[in-house]
Ligand binder design. Structure first.
Ligand code: ZN
Length: 235
């Protein structure tokens, strides 16, 4: 299940299928597995929904550029708001990287990644925030988290951002389809990311390129692998 350079960096949609009923695009293999997992979960009373599936380079760049300009709030590692005007360009890049990927470096480009919520657990009018507290004891998605903990692997998924490893913060909502994502990560390189960033007009491009090796190491390569013994369905 090899993705090419454009697919790995979100600059094409050739590897994903759009599903308007799910309001998401997902890699075909991951979609099949997700639908099986969704049916399984519904028998347990959960209504799995995708809040974010495939996201392309342009969408990631819009998030990045808004944060770079200070049009969206920046947070430090603890989640405290930082004053954009008081930060150097390097510090702005660091603050963005705490919570958002460099365009080209998001796993959501691969189509194998899904942010998942449980519609059935949400009170009327509830607005999803996608913060860890929602998935912790007492949180609206606690039951979803527990269900995923025991059933994810059976459907070929795992959590790449389970534990904090010094890069991306833990994201209990983010699940990854191993049969697509593991080979994708194995074929992704700092050179491929550099080429994608270089050929874009994203803001702070020179600052990112200067530190690209470190960024790749800390935020792309530094993730949890599927647990040994997990079912990895052939794609
Ligand atoms: Zn995600």
């Amino acid at each position: 299940m090899m993705l090419n350079a454009l697919e790995l960096t979100g600059r094409t949609r050739t590897h994903v299928v759009q599903r308007d009923d799910l309001r998401a695009a997902v890699h075909a293999k991951a979609l099949e597995a997700f639908l099986e997992m969704k049916a399984d979960a519904s028998r347990a009373g959960l209504d799995l929904e995708i809040t974010s599936g495939f996201r392309d380079f342009a969408a990631q760049q819009r998030i990045w550029d808004m944060k770079f300009r200070g049009e969206r709030p920046l947070y430090d590692e603890a989640g405290n708001v930082r004053d954009h005007a008081a930060l150097s360009g390097e510090e702005v890049v660091d603050a963005i990287l705490c919570w958002s990927a460099v365009p080209g470096a998001s796993r959501h480009h691969w189509g194998s990644e899904i942010d998942v919520i449980d519609r059935a657990a949400m009170p009327e009018g509830y607005r999803v925030q996608l913060v860890p507290a929602e998935y912790e004891p007492g949180g609206v998605f606690q039951a979803l988290r527990c269900w995923l903990d025991s059933n994810l692997a059976r459907h070929g998924f795992f959590r790449p951002y389970g534990a904090f490893r010094g890069g991306v913060r833990p994201e209990p909502w983010h699940v990854s389809y191993a049969a697509v994502a593991v080979p994708a990560l194995a074929s992704f390189t700092p050179e491929l990311l550099a080429e994608a960033v270089e050929s874009s007009d994203m803001l702070g491009k020179a600052l990112v390129l200067k530190r690209l090796g470190d960024i790749f190491e800390r935020y792309v390569a530094n993730v949890d692998a599927p647990p040994s013994g997990a079912t990895v369905k052939p794609a």
